[in-house]
Design a protein around this ligand. Sequence first.
Ligand code: PBG
Length: 340
Amino acid sequence: MPHRRLGRVSPTPAPRDRPRRLRDTPAMRRLVSETRLDPADLVLPIFVREGAAAPLPIASMPGVVQHSLESLPGAVTDAAAAGLGGVMLFGVPEQRDARGSGATDPEGILNVATRVAADAADGALVVQTDLCLDEFTDHGHCGVLDMLGRVDNDATLERYQEMAIVQAASGSQLLGLSGMMDGQVAAVREALDGSGFSNTPILAYSAKYASAFYGPFRDAIESTLEGDRRTYQLDPGNRREGLREALIDIDEGADIVMVKPAGSYLDVLADISAASVVPVWAYQVSGEYAMIEAAAAHGWIDRKRAVIETVRGIRRAGADAVLTYWALELADWIRKGDLA
Ligand code: PBG
């Protein structure tokens, strides 16, 4: 039987480029890491519920609670002890109405909580407040409505101006404008400057998308939103518009701009980061938190690695700081050098 000859195999050429050299040992990987995590770049969102006697769990956000006014100081000092950059406060009022009156009442839950938190923080971290009406309106929209039930942009700006002054007077050190009304940064800046708060900075949620990922947040603030918010929040398909919103906000005087949610909008984050002359932050929102928690609870994902990877990805895409519900736990891992 004729012998079947195999073709001669030429020797495998040695690769010229060997990127693996820099991945060979943990020490080398640590040395060449491009994106470091630091507790100072993390902000913890905190919910405070009016009338709560003790912290209340939030069903769709396992591990996150609605704090009571009594448990709030401890949460703030824990955040400071963990080295976090700040906390972002959200109020959950007992009563809601069409105008969101609780938002501008100095005795409203968010304003009381701000005084309590600022006192507890004592300058160790930056106490920030959500400046938006959706927590306080009975219809759940971020603004007041006109006679036809549409969100009235300019009437809402007046409410935001009042809110800004009350929040600054309560001790908020950074106002998070999350309502997506046109002109909100300029309007709030003008109100602050005219009331002796020219040193209170504005964090503009500039590129805030109409997202499914705010779902668990509605649970956290006990809101039942009627209708959708696509007339003011951005269309998830629009990249250029996210950059435009950030540029407008910077022009209006925003001190920091933000992208929200984070994980599905890393391209927008990278665009804004490349164009911005002010710090750029990102908000890893409630649904991003719930997804990983749920998958981990089923044993379908490595929780810790997933948390670290998502926050690292958000930083890598260009966020200088990240709002995340995992801030405390992540700070703990960072401090222990436990990021593998
Ligand atoms: C507006 C606001 C929201 C979030 C932060 N600020 C809710 C929304 O716009 O629906 C969402 C944060 C999250 O989902 O974790 N007050």
